[in-house]
Design a protein around this ligand. Structure first.
Ligand SMILES: NC(=O)c1ccc[n+]([C@@H]2O[C@H](COP(=O)([O-])OP(=O)(O)OC[C@H]3O[C@@H](n4cnc5c(N)ncnc54)[C@H](OP(=O)(O)O)[C@@H]3O)[C@@H](O)[C@H]2O)c1
Length: 255
């Protein structure tokens, strides 16, 4: 993707990975517009990066997406890039039955990007050069049993991204999938934010930006830490990887 001269939208640019990417693209001189549900953290992020803009958007709300997307196109006609970053991740005990959690994951992680993408794509197709970046997970490639619906939504977004890339191959819109490994953010609360096993956020953002800069045609952004998971199936290691990861993390949760 082009790294400068973009007008880019980043969902949930007010925390974690989205905030890190928003700061990095802002520092390169791009016009960055962040969205989120929390006005206070949106304001704080914008205050720390003069020129950055913020808009409140709940990506689980279909009507909100329609309204905000139309307003964004009107306010920022140069809009040419979107990073579908907002997401939720919660553990689910399927023996207890957790339909509300499943629905929330699907609304936020799957329908959210699909709806926003549908609302923005006609505009992006009219730009000289545009980028759509989805954010999946290593868990799209080897699921974590503690997070069944989360893993399923990320696998679905991987599939949707591939299909979109094929459909848009002859257009001006580049389709990129960012595949984070386990990163030190508040996605699952304080434990993850302080987990030494998680990749430090600043290292993840720096490696991501380096991959994007050095490989303008990249289709999947894969930092080193996610390679084992991403390529487990290709290397014939899927069954062993799946069992080892799930046995280890299930045992850790019980201890
Ligand atoms: N950190 C990891 O280990 C990891 C690994 C793989 C993939 N990812 C993906 O990376 C993305 C960013 O996650 P993160 O790790 O940076 O965690 P994060 O800091 O918790 O960011 C996710 C953000 O999504 C926002 N969000 C949740 N539901 C929303 C909704 N309905 N509308 C708008 N915003 C909503 C939350 O904002 P509120 O403040 O409004 O709740 C939350 O701050 C997610 O898609 C996640 O699945 C993360």
């Amino acid at each position: 993707m082009q790294m400068t001269d973009n007008t880019m939208l980043i969902t949930c640019g007010n925390s974690g990975i989205g905030q890190g990417l928003a700061a990095a693209f802002h520092d390169l001189g791009n016009q960055v517009i962040i969205t989120g549900r929390n006005q206070q953290t949106l304001d704080e992020t914008v205050a720390a990066h003069p020129g950055m803009k913020a808009v409140v958007l709940d990506v689980a709300d279909a009507a909100d997406i329609q309204r905000v997307a139309a307003q964004l196109i009107q306010d920022y006609p140069a809009l040419n890039a979107v990073i579908h970053n907002a997401g939720i991740m919660a553990e689910e005990d399927l023996k207890q039955g957790q339909p509300d959690s499943a629905e929330a994951h699907v609304n936020t992680n799957l329908l959210g990007p699909i709806r926003l993408n549908s609302a923005l794509l006609p505009h992006l197709l009219g730009q000289p050069s545009a980028t759509v970046m989805t954010v999946t997970s290593g868990l799209a490639f080897v699921p974590l049993s503690l997070n069944p619906t989360y893993s399923a939504t990320k696998a679905a977004i991987h599939s949707y991204t591939q299909a979109m890339r094929y459909q848009l191959q002859d257009t001006n819109v580049q389709v990129i999938e960012l595949v984070p490994p386990y990163v030190r953010t508040h996605l699952q609360g304080e434990r993850q934010a302080n987990d030494p096993h998680a990749m430090p956020l600043d290292e993840f953002v720096a490696e991501t930006m380096a991959i994007l800069s050095s490989n303008p045609d990249v289709s999947e952004v894969l930092v080193q830490r996610v390679h084992a998971q991403r390529f487990a199936e290709k290397r014939g290691e899927y069954d062993a990887f799946f069992k080892q990861m799930n046995d280890m993390l299930t045992a850790a949760r019980k201890s």
